[in-house]
Design a binder for this molecule. Structure first.
Ligand code: NAG
Ligand code: NAG
Ligand code: NAG
Ligand code: NAG
Ligand code: NAG
Ligand code: NAG
Ligand code: NAG
Ligand code: NAG
Ligand code: NAG
Ligand code: NAG
Length: 880
């Protein structure tokens, strides 16, 4: 019984100490106690355990009492309270002035029961599940309410006039809701210090004309051209406003001058709107601490006044169209931590004192037209983490002082005119993980030791010389990317590279490296990209390179390599291979003997090949055992050739080769077209063929050119035409047949319609329905501006899945696409998705039916179905 006694003693001491009455006596007389029990009963768990009757209620968690044991505050934040309402009983706590219910699961409409809490000063309902409009009688809340936080709920509609009447409000926080209506005139909320309306889906003009007058024709015209900024001028009358957050709202137009003159501003967040115009030069914001104007359309200069805002810590104005110089005064702000002005049109030098007077942590000024030298004192405050200055016109050296900047993690200054040696100390900075200094004029040698934390090292297109440090690897084992192309590095490829176990990309091309390619490179099992071209490497290609499991790009061209191509190279799943301009000899491994690789072996006088590609034929006698064995089994050759001919990079070669072939044959006279249609059509082969003009060309895809052809007889109707040039090439023929076999028969709304195929002697055309919005890749990998919203993405995913599901489960025989990727998902004008490009698709035979041929590898690397294909009996494991 020691423990309970201990606890009791402790509680007694506690109660003595806080001079609370014991629960057995006066507690029962406290009406607030009963009220709290009612609340506890109403909401149940977790209050039922938190509010333990053996303690005085004033010491229950989340409860604040005044000295006479009246509850004045309830702070029930983040307790997982789950309910659709707030109990009436809450307002029976007569002196309740602060109510914090944030971070719970309270739902339903706005809790008007709180109108009865007449002493409420602070109400925090943020981070709940409330829905519906804000009440039009919200001003029935306590007239003394000063802080109202309704953020992060699902309130919708406008901001009603009732809120605009709550003139005691000091803070009004409505961000992260679904507000999509008009915002009432807030000019009478003159006590406001915080106004946050950010992240609501307001319509383009959330603030109607607050002047209450009839609009003249002139005003209407002004409004329609957005000269009247939808941020209302009258907000400028909120003379105490310190926090103004209307970010991410789709606001347009310039900011009216009264708003620029809100002199008490501390935090100004206008980012991610479509605000425009210049930043008022006469602004006076002595207390400004953080300003974020980023991702708008502001133009003109950054006013020099910013240099006088002594409390400024953070300046974000990136992604605008600002021009002119960065005011020098900004460099003397003593609290400045972070300055981001990237993606503007700024010019001139950086403020020379930048970093000298403050603890600067981050500068991002990339993609401007800045010039001059990098300021000497950027890291004077010993806090600098990143220097991001790429794509400017900076010149001069990298300051020596950075060598002492122990906090520095990233130097991204590529594509400038920075010259001279890199200060030695930089190479031993403990935190440095990213060095991107390509395309400058750096010179000198690399030191023996490299930064230990380095993961990315890009120094290409400079004037570095000397050997590659042999210890490069021993220090930076985490290196992922090493690009040292186009310098003047000499000597051998250091064996130390081999211990870079994480290396994915290694490019040393365009240097003066000599010696052999180390066999140990085969140990870099994560390598996907290897470019050693244009050096003086000699010796044989190590067979071990053929065992790099994920290598997709291999370029050893323009060296002095000799000997045979190791047959292991053929095992790689390459999308790019270039071994040209060496002194290789012997026979090209059979699996690489296809037109896709035709250009990969040029200018190797001793190299010979089978009949498919245009190297000297091996029949002269130099054919290796490898190749004769291969030819003994024609089936396998066809299959392997098919396997090799795929992949985006390779296909370009196919097209090239085919075009050459086509040109040699010439084309004269009238051509007769054969049309095989899969739908009822009203156009002819010749009319389609005549539309294959340069101006109708929309894409050059893996297997040919794609045209957008309006129909002659009905110009408003458009079809897409894929042109495959030759029928002589085995691979192209396969793709053509596959596309016809599969697509000609499939009918599903999520699979692109093949209308017909048209062929002449040497041209084959596939005619599809035209998909207005093109490939999905364009929408998900392009600039942020035209990205798809999530509901659309979701629909696209479901559409595509339905298409696949149909192919796999409903179509007989089942079809596997084998090259399913975003560029093969097309979108119509309503963003309905359809799967396209069945050139690699295969029908799977059912047990008992003759097996359909298939290749071991197909499709673009990275898009193959994980684990290959469904296990079916028709892939005898010994086939390959
Ligand atoms: C209340 O606290 C006492 C003492 O700590 C404990 O014995 C009792 O189980 C608690 N009651 C509840 C309902 O949690
Ligand atoms: C509400 O509670 C949270 C966390 O418990 C706290 O951060 C916040 O300041 C509180 N707000 C009010 C108004 O009490
Ligand atoms: C809420 O509580 C959980 C654990 O109880 C904690 O991890 C989380 O940080 C809290 N959230 C807030 C906003 O206080
Ligand atoms: C306020 O309290 C009174 C009496 O308890 C009750 O009749 C009334 O419905 C309450 N008002 C609201 C808005 O809940
Ligand atoms: C509002 O606050 C004032 C002073 O703080 C107080 O005198 C007054 O009673 C309060 N009004 C209400 C309705 O509670
Ligand atoms: C309301 O609570 C949230 C989260 O608990 C907190 O971040 C916020 O500052 C509070 N609002 C006010 C006005 O105190
Ligand atoms: C809140 O809105 C979001 C986005 O529209 C929605 O996903 C979510 O289900 C809504 N939650 C509630 C409780 O209404
Ligand atoms: C602001 O307050 C004044 C005086 O109380 C009132 O006449 C006016 O209608 C109010 N304006 C708005 C837009 O609420
Ligand atoms: C700036 O802040 C100080 C201290 O908080 C305050 O006294 C002063 O009035 C503020 N200045 C303006 C223009 O709001
Ligand atoms: C950038 O500014 C220069 C003049 O300083 C101007 O000629 C150029 O058009 C501007 N570029 C853009 C994209 O605004």
């Amino acid at each position: 019984m020691a423990a309970p006694n201990g606890v009791t003693t402790f509680i007694s001491v506690l109660l003595l100490f806080t001079s609370l009455p014991t629960h057995s006596s006066s507690q029962q007389q406290q009406p607030d106690h009963h009220t709290l029990l009612d609340i506890r009963d109403f909401w149940g768990a977790p209050l039922s355990t938190l509010w333990n009757s053996s303690l005085h209620y004033c010491s229950w968690s989340g409860i604040q009492c005044n000295p006479s044991f009246s509850v004045i505050g309830l702070s029930l934040s983040n307790l997982s309270i789950t309910s659709h309402s707030v109990p009436d009983s809450l307002c029976r706590l007569p002196l309740l002035s602060s109510l914090n219910l944030s971070w719970n699961y309270l739902g339903g409409p706005f809790p008007t029961t709180l109108y009865n809490c007449t002493n409420l000063e602070t109400l925090n309902l943020s981070q709940n599940l409330f829905v519906g409009p804000l009440p039009i009688d919200a001003d029935r809340l306590s007239p003394n309410l000063t802080h109202l936080d309704l953020s992060s709920n699902n309130f919708s509609g406008g901001v009603p006039a009732s809120l605009a009447r709550m003139t005691s409000l000091v803070s009004l926080t409505l961000n992260y809701n679904l507000l999509d209506g008009a915002v009432a005139d807030l000019r009478n909320l003159t006590n406001l210090e915080t106004l946050s309306l950010a992240n609501n889906p307001f319509p383009p003009h959330p603030f109607p004309d607050w002047t209450g007058r009839l609009l003249s024709l002139k005003d209407l015209w002004l409004q329609s051209t957005n000269l009247l900024g939808p941020i209302p001028a009258s907000l400028g009358g909120l003379s105490r406003l310190e926090v103004f957050d209307v970010s991410s709202n789709g606001l347009t137009g310039p900011i009216p001058s009264p708003v620029w003159r809100m002199g008490s501003l501390k935090y100004l967040y206008l980012f991610k709107n479509r605000l425009s115009g210049v930043i008022d030069g006469s602004i006076q914001w002595p207390n400004l601490t953080k300003i974020d104007l980023s991702r708008n359309d502001f133009s003109g200069p950054i006013p020099p006044a910013f240099g006088g805002f002594r409390k400024l810590e953070l300046i974000f104005m990136h992604n605008n169209r600002l021009s002119g110089r960065i005011p020098d005064g900004i460099g003397r702000l003593s609290l400045l931590r972070d300055i981001r002005l990237f993606n503007n049109n700024l010019s001139g030098p950086l403020p020379p004192d930048l970093g000298r007077y403050s603890k600067l942590q981050n500068i991002e000024l990339n993609n401007n037209r800045l010039s001059g030298e990098i300021p000497k004192n950027l890291c004077f405050g010993r806090k600098l983490g990143a220097i991001v200055l790429f794509n400017n016109r900076m010149s001069g050296p990298l300051p020596e002082s950075l060598a002492a900047c122990e906090t520095l993690t990233a130097i991204m200054i590529y594509n400038n005119g920075i010259s001279g040696p890199v200060p030695r100390g930089i190479w031993s900075l403990p935190a440095l993980d990213t060095v991107m200094i390509s395309r400058n004029s750096f010179s000198g040698a690399l030191p023996d030791a490299m930064p230990a934390a380095l993961t990315r090292f890009e120094i290409d297109n400079n004037d570095f010389s000397g050997p590659l440090p042999s210890s490069l690897a021993s220090a930076s084992r985490g290196l992922h990317v090493l690009i040292a192309s186009h310098n003047r590095f000499s000597g051998v490829i250091p064996l130390g590279l081999v211990s870079l176990a994480h290396l994915g990309k290694l490019a040393l091309d365009g240097n003066l490296l000599s010696g052999t390619i180390p066999d140990q490179l085969g140990g870099l099992t994560l390598l996907t990209f290897l470019n050693l071209s244009d050096n003086r490497l000699s010796g044989q290609i190590p067979a071990s390179i053929g065992s790099l499991p994920v290598l997709t790009d291999l370029d050893l061209s323009k060296n002095e390599l000799f000997g045979e191509i190791p047959p292991q190279i053929a095992n790689l799943k390459l999308t790019f291979l270039n071994l040209s301009s060496n002194s290789l000899s012997g026979s090209v491994p059979v699996t690489l003997q296809n037109s896709a690789c035709e250009r990969s072996f040029l200018s190797n006088p001793g190299l010979c090949c089978g009949p498919i590609i245009s190297l000297p034929s091996c029949r002269g006698g130099s054919g290796s055992g490898d190749s004769s064995k291969g030819f003994s089994s024609p089936l396998i050759i066809t299959l392997l050739a098919l396997a090799g001919a795929v992949g985006a990079g390779a296909s370009v070669f196919v097209v090239f080769a085919l075009r050459e072939f086509h040109r040699r044959r010439g084309s004269g006279g009238s051509i007769s077209w054969k049309l095989t249609s899969f739908y009822s059509l009203d156009f002819t082969g010749a009319s389609i063929a005549s539309g294959l003009t340069e101006e109708n060309l929309v894409a050059c895809g893996g297997a040919g050119k794609v045209y957008r052809v309006p129909l002659l007889n009905r110009p408003d109707q458009v079809v897409a035409v894929k042109k495959l040039c030759s029928n002589r090439d085995a691979d192209a023929e396969k793709e053509f047949q596959s596309e016809i076999d599969v697509l000609g028969r499939i009918r599903h709304m999520n699979i692109v319609k093949l209308l017909c195929c048209i062929s002449s002697d040497d041209v084959r055309l596939l005619v599809y329905e035209y998909m207005e919005n093109g490939g999905l890749d364009r929408w998900i990998h392009s600039s942020a501006d035209n990205q798809l919203d999530w509901p659309t993405r979701f629909r696209v995913a479901v559409d595509a899945a339905q298409g696949l599901s149909y192919m796999h489960h409903d179509y007989v025989p089942p079809v596997v696409h084998r090259d399913f990727k975003s560029s093969n998902v097309l979108l119509d004008e309503d963003f309905m998705a359809r799967i396209a490009d069945f050139g690699l698709a295969r029908m799977l035979a059912r047990p008992g039916e003759p097996g359909t041929v298939t290749a071991g590898f197909a499709g673009s690397f990275g898009y193959m179905a994980p684990g290959g294909y469904p296990k079916l009996h028709l892939f005898p494991p010994d086939l390959f």
